[in-house]
Design a protein around this ligand. Structure first.
Ligand code: IPE
Ligand code: IPE
Ligand code: MG
Length: 248
């Protein structure tokens, strides 16, 4: 089946979030260092970013490095940091050609000055692009994000800038790192695990989940299109009853 052809353009999810998992196992299965898997994973990032742009996804959020990933062996962390810096630089033509605005959610202060500099440069260079936002979750975890938000809210209450009565779901959303975009419609996780691993816990309340057994470096455009077709065949009820009662 040609999944690209099968996508209904008017029902493309506005926001797709991806937990890109399986780089390490992809490499280990080939007798390679885990870092090789991350290098191969960058190619998949390029492929899927272009595919998302092509079908009209407005926001693509990629979980690239979690708060907990700092606890990996130093050599792997170093390899990931090197890749990140070179990627932010080398992928600039791809971003500019496709009108992609880069965004970063996560604790930027946890990164070295060199990495922060590369992040800031890339953010600035792409800030006028409007076709798609590519949101990289770096040094990100949902509990970090929520803790920051709660602390900020508490501070504003203390200072008399925020009334307790004014706190509702929309207000909380304003304090999150994702305040500039809508919640994900579709959450994809590659690599075979069925868990969320501290990603966007608040924002995925009503996201459709799609789990693929394929390791991230092997994830193709066609598989991405398939996930969108699968999403389009679902009924999102948001707690209500079906639009058309089935089988009566
Ligand atoms: C995901 O792949 C990429 C990052 C977390 C940086 P992994 O490195 O987690 O790969 P597996 O899950 O060990 O195979
Ligand atoms: C989630 O993958 C984080 C990223 C993809 C960046 P992990 O491999 O770190 O998650 P766990 O350890 O399987 O939960
Ligand atoms: Mg993993």
């Amino acid at each position: 089946m040609d999944f690209l052809q099968a996508i209904q353009p008017e029902r493309v999810p506005a926001h797709v979030a991806i937990i890109m998992d399986g780089n390490g196992r992809w490499a280990q299965n080939r007798g390679l260092e885990r870092a090789q898997g991350h290098i191969e994973g960058v190619k998949a990032v390029r492929r899927i970013t272009e595919a998302a742009c092509r079908v009209g996804v407005r926001y693509l959020t990629l979980y690239a490095f979690s708060t907990e990933n700092w606890n990996r062996p130093q050599a792997e962390v170093n390899a990931l940091m090197g890749l990140l810096v070179s990627c932010l630089h080398n992928e600039m033509p791809l971003f500019m050609k496709n009108g992609i605005r880069l965004r970063i959610i996560g604790d930027k202060n946890s990164f070295s000055p060199e990495v922060r500099q590369a992040m800031n440069d890339a953010l600035r260079q792409t800030e006028n692009n409007t076709r798609m936002d590519l949101v990289l979750a770096l040094g990100y975890s949902a509990r970090w994000e929520l803790t920051e938000a709660f602390r900020q809210m508490a501070r504003q209450v203390q200072e008399g800038k925020l009334q307790a009565e004014a706190v509702n779901a929309d207000k909380i959303g304003e304090f999150l790192a994702t305040s500039f975009m809508p919640d994900p419609d579709l959450l994809i996780r590659t690599g075979g695990e069925s868990r969320v691993s501290n990603f966007l816990l608040w924002q995925i309340a009503y996201a459709e989940m799609y789990f693929s057994p394929v390791f991230w470096p092997d994830f193709t455009e066609e598989m991405f299109y398939e996930s969108i077709v699968n999403y389009q065949n679902r009924e999102r009820r948001f707690g209500k009853v079906p639009a058309k009662p089935a089988g009566v």
